[in-house]
Each structure stands twice: as C-alpha cells, then as structure tokens.
Write a protein that binds this ligand. Sequence first.
Ligand code: ATP
Ligand code: MG
Length: 452
Amino acid sequence: MIRKLIRKVLDLPAHMGRGRVRPRVIPLAQHGVRREQLSHAALKVTTRLQEEGYTAYVVGGAVRDLLLGVSPKDFDIATNATPEQVHHLFRRSRIIGRRFRIVHVMVGPETIEVTTFRGGSIDTMNESGRIMADNNYGSQEEDAHRRDFTVNALFYNPGDESIVDYHHGVRDLNARRLVMIGQPSRRYNEDPVRMLRAVRLAAKLGFIIDEETRKPIRSHAHLLKKEPAARLFDEMLKLLMSGEAYACLLKLRDEGLSRGVFPLLDAVLGEGEGDAFLQLGLASTDQRIRADKPVSVGFLLATLLWRQVDRHWQTRIADGERAVPALAGAIADVETEQDNDFAIPRRFGVTMREIWTLQARFDSRSGQRPYRFMEQPRFRAAFDFLALRSEAGEVPPSLVQWWDDFQRADPDEREALIERARDAGGDEGPVKKRRRRRPAGRRRPPAPEDPV
Ligand code: ATP
Ligand code: MG
C-alpha cells in the first residue's frame, strides 16, 4: 500500500521500487534489424565500448526509424560508461553540454552522440515539477523510463542484434502510436517541449498520438511560453524541417499549441488553410527534404511570413508609396507586430529579409538594373521566391519567364529582352502592383486582404 503510494507520487512505473525488472528482449528473427544497417561509426563506437566491457546500445530515434524501415538521420548511443571513460576511449571525441554532459565521438565524417544512462530526475525538479539539472547517472532501466515516448525508448544491441524494450515500444510502433512513458501531464510539466515533439513525431512518422498522451496537451500548452526562445526556435525548425511541415503546423493548431508559443506561428496560422502561397512553399520544402536536398532556413522563414509582409506592402502601395520603400516599410511593420523580432536568430533573419527586400526589384527591367540585380548573391533565392509567388497566382507567370530567359540569354538576347520589357509596358512590366499616387492627407482605409 505504502509502496504503491510512493510509486504514484513519484510517477515510477509499476515495477520500479521493487528492484530490477526484466525487459522484453526481442531477437533478430522477430524484428529483422541487422547490425549492417547501422552507420559505420555507430557500429564502431558500440563495438569498441562493448569490447572494453561496458554496455552500449544504439537508442532512441535511430532504433525507431530502423524498425520503420526509414534511414535514421543520426545515431545516438547509450552506455554505462561515464563521459570521461568514453572520452578516454576515443581519441577524436569531446565532452559537451552543461545540462546534460554527453560525448561527441567523431568517426570519419560522422559524429555520434554518446550518453551515459541517466537516472531518476525526481530530486532535481523545481516546485513546478520542471527538470532543473539532470546529470545523475542511472541504470539502463531508469534511462528508458526518462525518455519521452515508448517508441523512443528502445535499445538495439549490435552485439547480438537484439532489441531491449522496457515499455512496450515495439507493440506501440507496430500500432503506429505515440505513447508517453509515465504520466503524460507530469512529463509535460517536467519538459513542455515534449508536447511539440509529440506533434512533430506524429506528423513525421504518420503515427497517432495516443489519447492519454494527447489529452493533457491543450491544458499544458501555456507552459511552453516559459521555455527559452532559443530552444523553442530549434524545436520549431525541426518541425519545419521534418518533411511534413504543413501537416505539423495544422496539427499544432489542432492541439492548441500555436497561440502564444511561437510569435511566428501565431501570425502564420492565423491565415487559415486557404493560404495557397504558404501551402505551396511548405510543400516544396517538404519535397526537398524528402529528396534529401538542402533547404535554406532563411528561405523557409521568408515563405512563412510572406503573407503578412505582402499585405502591408499592398496597403502601402495603395496609399501611394512607391514599391521599394513600401516594401521596406512593410517589413518593418511586420517586425513591429512580432515585437520580439520573431525570436528568429540573426543569421537566418538576414537572409529572410533580403529575399523579401529583393522582391521589389523584379519590376525594374530597364538599363543596367537587371544586370546589377543578377549579381546580387541572393538573386537566385529571390528568384525562386518570385516563382513561388507566381505559382500562388500573385505575380504573372510572364514576369518569371522573363527573368528565367534573361538568366539563360547571351548578351544580344539580353538586350532584346530588355527592349521587349520596355515595349510591353516599360519599367513597370506586367505586374499587378501599380503605383497609385494620392494627394497627401487623403489616405484610404487599408486595402482588404489580398485574395489568394
Ligand atoms: P529525430 O528523428 O527527430 O532525431 P529523435 O526521437 O531521435 O527524433 P532526438 O532529439 O534526436 O529525437 O532525441 C533522441 C532521443 O532522446 C529520443 O528518441 C528520446 O529517447 C530522447 N529524448 C529527446 N528529447 C527528449 C525529451 N524532451 N524528453 C525525454 N526524452 C527525450
Ligand atoms: Mg535523433
């Protein structure tokens, strides 16, 4: 009775506190994941640790992905060796991290993350149940228990090619469902980012979030506001780079996670599902990611917030501003609206703004301007962005075609193209954004939202 109460209070699994419990050990014949499917580095590091007498497993997302027939992005290893012991074994390794001390082991071009089994976090929580420090080592069983979802708590032993499963992870994986280990609301209190992980992993893997795991999300969403902006931004980036960005965004909104968490997403998701530009942009990012092509974060962010910028741009133009200063003003408007600068790190923000700013320059097709524009380092990104706008019906395809032709043309053809643009309507070109000069002091009310 007392033990049951302690277990309940501490959110320990039914078996803990009664000594070790035997996990399910699933042999190769039942799961089919061969050690050759690991990366060279993952196999090398686990083998070396095991040769030295330590236990070492591939753990987490990599095991889950291998079972699903997906090739893992990276391999994490869990071991009973301490960070110092691991570091000592591998010449090319370094201990990193303050909150968690982990070891990065470099093998060829690969970096493997090696983590020492972590133990219970009960005594390191603050009064609201949030994990404060988390550096005490523990057993493999405890390590499994502090992971987030059952499918993320599987250990693969390359030695005998078995999978060690403490929490019915394989069963849940086969049922395609995400189940939080332990009591979901408590786990969200400990670390609110787990809610975002649930949404991202469900969308990425095509899993359902188990009802018990899903239910508390809405009422715990506010906890995310207290998370450091940098961690939230990282998590949002993972979400956007998951290959299922649009599905993730819709799911965030469905689970009540969009409002007030990411200032950026508030703006984006307010637009609703009918936003053709956003859908096209994210679909093209998703496609690139699934095809293993590089994706520019700045471009992606520019896509996310373009609707806001464009709306302000059009309003300013309708109020008589010229296209170029109107666009600069629109960008500033959006930044003010998102008071903390979207919490976007500078290195991405610069590219984003540049892609936006350059949109005003496609209309200028006379004299030396197209030549100078093309020499801009971000011309190509800006042009791809223009093409996306055109696909969304925002810019006439003829303008995209003109710039496409111009890039490929030889010097004579370029001159001819410039002539043609002039004949077709001068500098302005066949663009919908026409200047309308109004006498000062007679400002119109803001233009209605741009139809998409
Ligand atoms: P991805 O495919 O995106 O890498 P992942 O599950 O591998 O997904 P990582 O961030 O690489 O995600 O984390 C590796 C493992 O660490 C997870 O599988 C999980 O076991 C554990 N983990 C990560 N974040 C948390 C968290 N916030 N709470 C508990 N466990 C976590
Ligand atoms: Mg991972």
